[in-house]
Design a protein around this ligand. Structure first.
Ligand SMILES: Nc1nc2c(c(=O)[nH]1)N[C@H]1C(S)=C(S)[C@@H](COP(=O)(O)OP(=O)(O)OC[C@H]3O[C@@H](n4cnc5c(N)ncnc54)[C@H](O)[C@@H]3O)O[C@H]1N2
Ligand code: MOO
Length: 475
């Protein structure tokens, strides 16, 4: 009998998040802002554009002048302005992004004008568009309305506006916005320092070849270090492999404490065997909040906190993940990743959920809900099925014609199982971008059933339908 009560995964997630606090603020430069969560609002110190700016290459005009021939009395180029006012009956040459000169209230794009050739207008015998005394002239062929092709001051950003709020995640566009408003030093949440430790006498370095009797290569440490780095850890610490002795394991825990990590992730040694030493160690040194979770895979998942009086009473989180590589992978995404995100300041750290249809039937587990690894695919027909094979076998379009795009309304997200889900088979996580939340019940879930899918990756490994998907139905 296990000493630990079996709890549900939502309970486990709530317990972990209730023991996890956002880390304090630190200052980073713009180059270090990507992927961080702002801890303060960012305001614009000035307006954009800071001056009325032309949207087109053309001529700055007085709109009321309408069409006709006009002298070009100056130029306004981006970054360089002739400070000559445009009076009624005159125009100024202007480039995209340049300040509209005083007096002008519209821009006429160059396509709606004609530089007057020699012999026309006043400037016979001189260069194209140039009149007497070198004065360029132009014909405005299309009347402008006031304000045409001008971005007024502050039309993109108004001075004092909050352009990004505390709690927002800085992505690529946000880096550009920060640069736009000159925010080159930013207050963001600190990111957690995460250590990873494998356990087990059979576990050897991945470089080991050939394997000795009873040995297996350490898959979990590299995988969890990568997962922590991608999951937003500020620093990752490789603690190696703990041997199956209480003394060595304790030494590894001490190393994590000495290195002041915020989170320790161990794998292996949490089940019921006499060499499963993680739970007894955590019980001695901290508080175990749960030690069994109703989930497949990942049942012996363990979570503890250590309060460290020798380090000012700070708290360290410890996740004891099961040794089976898939169990470690699934537990990391369901329980550890939300904690790392919350520490890094995410307001909504849970995995995102979408709906998808099964392409094949799934046998249900009557004891535990299953987190079935799958690749989501956006398609009109269930991928990998006879219907998809029939669609693929249709005669190819004529050589010159591209395959026609699928109509948007006919597409759905299909969940393609990654095959045998035994928790030792890490290939069941290969190219998986979702964990299907398969309820615990008797029987079989038929193909075509709608299931909820937790996204564990961007959709970068989602296959692309031939011909793409049309943006508008029937377009
Ligand atoms: N009597 C019971 N036995 C087991 C139970 C149970 O409830 N009662 N639960 C099973 C379940 S479910 C799981 S999951 C495993 C988890 O066991 P541990 O966390 O104690 O893990 P280990 O025994 O150390 O290893 C399990 C398996 O994974 C391999 N492993 C371990 N570390 C690594 C690594 N770093 N890289 C690759 N593979 C690793 C290890 O060699 C074992 O094959 O317990 C069941 N048993
Ligand atoms: O729960 Mo264990 O993770 O089935 O293999």
């Amino acid at each position: 009998m296990s000493a630990y009560k079996m709890i549900s995964i939502p309970e486990a997630q709530d317990i972990v998040l209730s023991h996890t606090q956002p880390l304090g603020a630190v200052t980073v430069g713009l180059a270090g802002a990507l992927g961080r969560v702002l801890s303060e609002d960012v305001r614009a110190p000035d307006s954009l554009p800071p001056f009325p700016a032309s949207i087109k290459d053309g001529y700055a005009v007085v709109a009321a002048d309408g069409c006709g021939e006009f002298p070009v009395i100056g130029e306004s180029r981006a970054g360089q302005l002739d400070d000559v006012p445009v009076r009624p009956g005159t125009v100024a040459y202007i480039t995209t992004g340049a300040p509209v000169p005083p007096g002008a209230d519209a821009v006429v794009q160059v396509e709606d004008t004609e530089a007057l050739p020699p012999g026309e207008g006043e400037g016979e015998g001189e260069g194209e568009g140039e009149g007497e005394g070198g004065q360029r002239r132009v014909r405005i062929a299309k009347a402008a309305r006031p304000g045409q092709d001008i971005r007024p001051v502050g039309s993109d950003i108004t001075e004092g506006d909050i352009v990004l709020r505390a709690g927002e995640l800085v992505g690529v566009a946000e880096v550009g916005i920060l640069a736009t408003v000159g925010a080159v030093q930013l207050r963001v949440h600190a990111t957690p320092k995460v250590a990873v430790l494998s356990t087990g006498d059979e576990v050897v370095d991945p470089a080991t070849r050939p394997l000795g009797p009873g040995q297996i290569r350490d898959a979990n440490r590299s995988m969890l270090l990568a997962a922590a780095a991608r999951g937003g850890a500020g620093e990752v610490v490789d603690l190696g492999v703990a041997r199956d002795t209480p003394g060595h394991l304790e030494g590894c825990l001490a190393a994590a404490i000495d290195q002041r990590v915020d989170v320790l992730i161990t794998s292996g040694g949490v089940s019921m065997g006499d060499r499963d030493l993680i739970k007894p160690l955590l019980q001695r040194q901290g508080t175990i909040h749960f030690g069994r979770v109703r989930m497949k895979p990942g049942k012996p998942l363990t979570f503890a906190t250590l309060s460290l009086p020798q380090q000012g009473g700070r708290q360290m989180l410890v996740f004891g993940l099961p040794g089976n590589p898939v169990s470690s992978f699934v537990c990391f995404h369901l329980v550890v990743l939300p904690a790392l995100r919350k520490m890094a300041g995410w307001a909504h750290p849970a995995l995102r959920r979408v709906a998808a249809r099964l392409t094949s039937p799934l046998r249900l587990d009557p004891e535990r809900p299953e987190y079935h690894r799958a690749t989501l695919q956006w398609s009109t027909v269930p991928p990998g099925t006879p219907a998809a094979a029939a669609a693929a076998a249709e005669p190819p379009p004529p050589a010159a014609a591209a395959p026609s795009p699928a109509p948007l309304a006919a597409c759905e997200l299909w969940a393609v199982s990654t095959g045998n889900q035994i928790s030792s088979r890490l290939l069941s996580a290969r190219s998986a971008n979702a964990l299907l939340e398969i309820p615990c019940a008797e029987g079989v879930l038929p193909a075509g059933s709608l299931v909820s899918a937790l996204l564990i990756d961007d959709l970068g490994c989602m296959p692309v339908p031939a011909g793409g998907v049309a943006a508008t139905p029937g377009f």
